[in-house]
Design a protein around this ligand. Structure first.
Ligand code: 13P
Length: 267
């Protein structure tokens, strides 16, 4: 099945409003100058919360061919939750996508598989498309537990969605991002063989739990030290539908080069 390529820039906690606008504008200029090439793919920028509104306005005032995503959301929908941001607020500020369960949220802020599943619900309730991050740490990889860990992380999310009778359309709006923790920000990306093994297994698990049309529609991204020089080898593998890019998404030229590597030129 042909899935649209998806390349997501996760800016993490980088960028005040002015430089964020500059970066988005530079990226946008490149896309608008080569518009037909990018019609077949989705590009999503995930700036810090504080820059979302400015980027939303930039999108609205131009023929933008990228969409806006947030890096996190609350499981709650409103009320006394100081410091939290709910899904409705993200929709309100123009987000279409939201990252859920990034490994930095899991390791630094104690997010469990169960909390990640609840956040996926929060996203879907607000018509946001969740990008669910999964990944093993170095010890888990060295001890041979990679596939078991990923299966556990994915099945907690899938079983809660299935138990709640989530519609096929909502399930198909999920994206999974495989981000080995040891590859994030280290310059040591996973090899093509490692990525292929994990992505094939993730697709298999999806097929075990979901109708074939839904399992085939869900996009699988790779993230972890994706750079212009490795993007083509990693992001064009059979079961890889694009990338989740951290550090390299902070430089317009690098990010655009990664998008170009991931998107076949005839699309
Ligand atoms: P790097 O591309 O900097 O390794 O970060 C990956 C990541 O965490 C994206 O979410």
């Amino acid at each position: 099945m042909q899935r649209r390529a998806l390349i997501v820039g996760n800016w993490k906690m980088n960028g005040l409003i002015a430089p964020s606008l500059l970066l988005a504008t530079e990226i946008q200029h490149h896309f608008t100058a080569n518009l037909p090439r990018y019609r077949g793919c989705d590009v999503v920028l995930c700036p810090p919360f504080t820059a979302l509104h400015a980027l939303h306005q930039l999108r609205e005032s131009n023929e933008a061919c990228w969409q806006l995503g947030a890096q996190n959301l609350s499981v709650e929908s409103h009320g006394a939750h100081t410091g939290e941001i709910c899904g409705a607020m993200l929709r309100d500020v123009g987000c279409q996508y939201v990252l859920v369960g990034h490994s930095e949220r899991r390791t630094l802020y104690g997010e469990t598989d169960q909390l990640v599943a609840q956040k996926v619900f929060s996203a879907l309730r607000n018509q946001l498309w969740p990008i669910v991050c999964l990944g093993e740490n170095l010890v888990e990889r060295q001890q041979g537990h990679t596939l078991t860990v990923l299966q556990r992380q994915l099945e907690v999310v899938l079983s809660s969605l299935i138990e709640a009778h989530t519609s096929s359309d909502q399930l198909a709006s999920l994206t999974l991002a495989y981000e080995p923790v040891w590859a994030i920000g280290t310059g040591h990306h996973a090899t093509a063989a490692q990525v292929a093994e994990v992505h094939d297994r993730l697709r298999q698990i999806l097929h075990q739990h979901l109708p074939a049309s839904v399992a085939d529609a869900i996009r699988l991204l790779y993230g972890g030290s994706v750079k212009p020089d490795n993007a083509s080898a990693l992001l064009t593998l059979a079961n890889v539908d694009g990338g989740l890019v951290g550090g390299a998404s902070l430089q317009a030229a690098d990010f655009v080069a990664i998008v170009d590597a991931a998107v076949p030129s005839e699309s």
